[in-house]
Design a protein around this ligand. Structure first.
Ligand code: AMP
Length: 551
């Protein structure tokens, strides 16, 4: 079984597009379909929407496109206008780097735009049966050069009475074409169609579990109202978001949030009830196609949003009604995998969270807010994996030539690499990590805190709070290490080592007490996690040490 898109032998521009869309690994239907289609086989895929089937048939089609063709090379037939737009947007997004020309044709709109598109030259046509047939009959659409035909949602097409149209369309394509058929169900009529038009087809069947709230990973963060934006941007850094829908309470908040996010380097668009139908459709299409990854909406505005497979739903504001909550988060889950629903709750909203849990009969997990260190580590991680990927892929001929020129003119290769990394990371600076203020003390409840899996340097958990009684000053936690006078330890070294390794101001450290075999140091609460996180790295004159909370 393939675990990476690299294994399919697809063109690099397609891998680039897949990466840009945030796909980490192929879905089961993609693993099944792509190799078969690449090998030229006819295939029948049993898969529902949400399994990743569109990308499964689109990638091999895009891979096989010949440049400079004048007539369509592939045809995708779908039952509805909505699906035509969706498939078009997806193929376009996947074909963005190899400049594939994709056109959607469907009924209910004027011909002029679609005809204009056809005249300009098109590689892939996506359309509904009626309009396709119409264009063929008017001799505007020429399918003689089509090499691959996809019949998508075949069961729907048959139940909508399109069988004759579909047969006429197929008759206009070359007999030696590759034919693929996708259908959520395989009733006898679909099998008959496949038998008639597919040549020795291979069946790939994916049983998709129904996406329900049980399959949604539900988390919540308790945050002060004024910190919601900061927390959201921190989560954006940590989560692998391919598409996110954010719910706010009011339309005004939707607009504000979109502005704030854009200003801070996180592109987002609003979906609002007062937009014209056309503008709404455009925004939704861009969201479906992956050009817009983050959409902010109120419940009312999102009502008509027919998008499946959203990776993340954020409740920027909790809804008043638990039923609305279920409706919101039911939209997540992509390609048969669980989606993530994240709620930001004010300290006073814990009761509302419990109500929601009761209603959904699903627990939500309180999670601690990612710290700046978590984010920096994640950014570094991503940079490193990108570097590894390019080292493996080795398509850097032009860049190598540039490096050779620079080295020949006397630049040091290490310096060059460091400078290049600096430039690569410059973009991170556009997204400064926002401060999060501590919660009011009475809002920290041990039974919730204990469930929190991640650290938070901004706050100290109750265990630390309890064990810090021996610390001299309020707000300080006493840490200890197993080195002392006998090891020749001096206060200045303790401060210098901790401050530089943990990257905290040396002046923030409090009292230091050096005993024979033990030293204690008072550290401000907000830095304790950060100090403990660097435990593997402390050393004074070649003597390694670690710190622990002094009890
Ligand atoms: P589909 O079944 O084609 O309607 O796709 C459902 C959703 O899954 C779309 O939003 C795709 O962007 C997304 N998707 C497709 N392939 C993958 C993948 N390999 N990893 C993550 N998401 C995917």
């Amino acid at each position: 079984m393939n675990t990476s898109f690299d294994d399919f032998g697809l063109r690099p521009e397609l891998i680039q597009a897949v990466t840009a869309l945030g796909y980490v690994e192929p879905t089961p239907i993609q693993n099944g379909i792509i190799p078969l289609m690449m090998a030229g086989r006819d295939v029948m895929g049993q898969a529902q929407t949400g399994t990743g089937k569109t990308a499964a048939f689109s990638l091999p089609i895009l891979h096989q496109l010949q440049p400079d063709a004048t007539r369509p090379q592939a045809l995708v037939v779908v039952p509805t206008r909505e699906l035509a737009i969706q498939a078009h947007d997806m193929i376009r997004a996947l074909g963005q780097f190899n400049e594939a020309r994709v056109l959607a044709v469907y009924g209910g709109t004027s011909y002029s735009q679609q005809l204009g598109g056809l005249r300009l030259g098109v590689d892939v046509v996506v359309g509904t049966p009626g309009r396709l047939l119409d264009l063929i009959r008017r001799e505007k659409l020429h399918l003689q050069d089509v090499r691959t035909v996809v019949l998508d949602e075949a069961d729907e097409m048959l139940s909508m009475g399109f069988i004759e149209d579909v047969e006429s369309i197929l008759a206009a394509t070359p007999a030696e074409r590759q034919t693929t058929l996708f259908s959520a169900t395989l009733p006898p009529r679909v099998r008959e169609l496949a038998e008639k038009y597919l040549h020795d087809p291979k069946l790939v069947s994916i049983a998709t579990p129904q996406m329900t709230v049980e399959l949604v990973e539900q988390r919540y963060y308790v945050v002060n109202e004024q910190d919601k934006l900061a927390v959201l941007t921190r989560l954006f850094e940590m989560e692998n978001i391919s598409s996110a829908l954010i719910f706010t309470r009011t339309r005004a908040r939707t607009g504000d949030l979109v502005n704030e996010l854009n200003m801070r380097g996180y592109p987002a668009e609003a979906l609002s009830g007062d937009m014209s139908q056309e503008a709404r459709e455009r925004t939704m299409a861009r969201f479906r196609g992956g050009q817009v990854r983050v959409l902010v909406a109120t419940d009312v505005a999102a009502r008509g949003l027919d998008v499946e497979g959203i990776s993340h739903v954020f409740n920027f504001d909790l809804p008043d009604d638990p039923e609305v909550f279920v409706h919101r988060i039911g939209r997540t889950g992509r390609a048969g995998r669980a989606g993530v629903a994240i709620s930001l709750a004010r300290p006073a909203e814990r009761g509302a969270l419990r109500q929601i849990e009761k209603f959904t009969r699903q627990p939500m997990t309180e999670t601690t807010i990612p710290t700046p260190e978590d984010i920096q580590a994640k950014r570094l991680d991503e940079l490193m994996s990108k570097i590894q990927m390019w080292l493996r892929r080795q398509r850097v001929k032009e860049e190598r030539a540039l490096v050779e020129t620079l080295v020949a003119s006397g630049a040091d290769p290490l310096d060059l690499a460091a400078v290049a990394l600096k430039i690569a990371r410059a973009e991170e600076k556009q997204r400064p990590i926002m401060e999060v203020s501590p919660l009011p003390v009475k809002a920290t409840r041990p039974e919730y805190r204990e469930r929190a899996p991640r650290s938070n340097a901004g706050r100290t958990d109750d265990r630390l709070r309890r064990t810090s009684r021996t610390a001299e000053e309020e707000g300080m936690v006493r840490l200890e290490m197993r080195l002392g006078k006998a090891d020749g330890i001096r206060p200045g070294e303790v401060v210098g080592t901790i401050a530089s390794v943990a990257n905290i101001p040396g002046s923030s450290l409090g009292k230091i007490l050096i005993q024979t075999h033990r030293t204690t140091v008072d550290v401000p609460e907000q830095y304790v996690k950060q100090v403990l996180a660097h435990n593997a790295k402390y050393s004074i004159r070649r003597q390694d040490f670690s710190l622990s909370v002094s009890g």
